[in-house]
Design a protein around this ligand. Structure first.
Ligand code: ASP
Length: 432
């Protein structure tokens, strides 16, 4: 059985058992699901553990083997350009759908205030986190690390990416014998990392069951009912973005059948869904891109780490819907000017959001403030907080799918042939 089939079974079983435990009010089953949740946490920690060595080794190797600084510029420009464009399209889909369905106009003020009051404390915590977020200027400056080891130690991916690109570009200019020594070292690191990923992924189906089962079993079904239309608009928008935007790009730009594409990449969005973290999914995304899609290591190692930190179409789309929902619910009109502001700020806010669980709801606060919803930020956030985890899972799966779509487009435009290349990782000692 393929690994993605096993993961899918784990996921469906988690949803079914979790929903049943919740719906039937079986506390013992809910407790049991909570008890096995650590299996999921162990899995997340294990893949997070290899993100830093993976990003450093693969980016240094990738950039050094580009061979030409101009190629680096071209690849960088293309990648960031396509990332921003697809994100803007995602926001527009979110806005249009919210205009048509108007999910916020159908909730009565009493329900609104009860939900908002029940999660007020939690929302206040998010406000503090948003207030501590650095400004745009500071964020740009922080992208340049003063100490790459400190950035690695704090799990700050973007500064580490910048360092690895600069270092890799420099390695490509070093005399050949010394360059080979450096590259051979990082090649070894990279192979070892890939072997660890293979090991960790064996745990994935059980981890996915544990993660999804425990989230779903504690989820407030009542809350889901009152916010059903809002959740449906976000989910529908995400589905539209995947099927229309990504699949037409895959069909017409990459020239691959969307079904084949989805089958090949499925493992990555499934892990994204279960972990709610693009960064934690990065090792899986990298492996899928190279082995299942046939994207070269140079392209994958450049496009994907960047994507995991700056490309979040699912997050941007969700933010657009959330802003419109909160505006509708409090009767604040959103004209063309405000909506253009949303396109801009939601795109930037998704770039600024880290690839970790719930990052999107914190940067959402900035989008709300940018369109004059400052007075409703705290209650608005409290209102949607209860269903955020489920939507986070969905938007992360979309974020990861977007990264892989763009990686395929960039690979294709660089003349790469996209055929699966299952890699037998070279295990030299003690292999059987
Ligand atoms: N969890 C999302 C991700 O890692 C970010 C977010 O929307 O909260 O891609």
């Amino acid at each position: 059985m393929q690994l993605y089939t096993k993961i899918l079974i784990g996921l469906v079983a988690g949803v079914v058992v979790g929903t049943f435990a919740n719906w039937a009010g079986l506390t013992w089953l809910q407790d049991l699901l909570q008890m096995i949740e650590p299996i999921g946490t162990v899995f997340i920690r294990l893949i997070m553990m290899i993100v830093i060595p993976l990003v450093v080794a693969s980016l240094i190797l990738g950039t050094a083997s580009l061979g030409d600084i101009r190629k680096l510029g071209r690849l960088g420009g293309k990648t960031v350009g396509i990332y921003l464009m697809t994100t803007a399209v995602a926001v527009i889909i979110g806005l249009l759908l919210s205009q048509v369905v108007r999910p916020g106009s159908r909730i009565d003020p009493t329900t609104r205030d009860t939900i908002a009051a029940s999660l007020a404390d939690d929302a206040a915590g998010r406000m503090t986190m948003a207030a501590e977020k650095p400004s745009v200027g500071e964020t740009l400056m922080n992208m340049i690390p003063t100490n790459p080891f400190a950035a690695a130690a704090n799990g700050e991916l973007l500064p580490l990416i910048i360092f690895s690109i600069i270092f890799g570009a420099a390695v490509s200019l070093v005399a050949q014998d010394r360059r080979d020594t450096v590259l051979s070292f990082f090649n070894g690191v990279n192979d070892a990392v890939m072997i660890v990923i293979d090991w960790v992924m064996k745990l994935a189906p059980y981890a996915v069951f544990a993660l999804v089962g425990s989230v779903v079993s504690t989820f407030g079904l009542d809350l889901l009912r009152s916010l059903a239309l809002y959740c449906l608009v976000v989910t529908g928008g995400l589905l539209l973005h995947v099927t229309i935007t990504y699949m037409s790009l895959v069909r017409f730009v990459v020239g691959m059948s969307p079904i084949v594409f989805m089958k090949r990449i499925l493992e990555a969005p499934l892990v994204g869904f279960s972990t709610s973290s693009s960064s934690a999914t990065l090792p899986v995304t990298m492996e899928v891109a190279q082995e299942k899609l046939g994207v070269s290591r140079e392209t994958a190692s450049f496009v994907l780490p960047l994507g995991a930190t700056i490309n979040m179409d699912g997050t941007a789309l969700y933010q657009a819907v959330a802003v419109m929902f909160i505006a509708q619910i409090y009767g604040v009109p959103m004209g063309v000017g405000e909506q253009l502001t949303i396109v801009l700020t939601a795109t930037l806010a998704s770039v600024g959001a880290a690839g970790v669980p719930s990052a999107g709801i914190i940067t959402l606060i900035l989008v709300l403030q940018s369109v004059g919803l400052g007075a409703h930020v705290q209650t608005g956030i409290a209102l949607i907080l209860g269903v955020d985890r489920i939507l986070d899972m969905l938007r992360t799966a979309v974020n990861v799918t977007g990264d892989l779509t763009v990686a395929s487009i960039v690979a294709k435009s660089e003349g790469e042939e996209l055929v699966p290349r299952p890699v037998d990782h070279p295990i030299a000692i003690g292999s059987s």
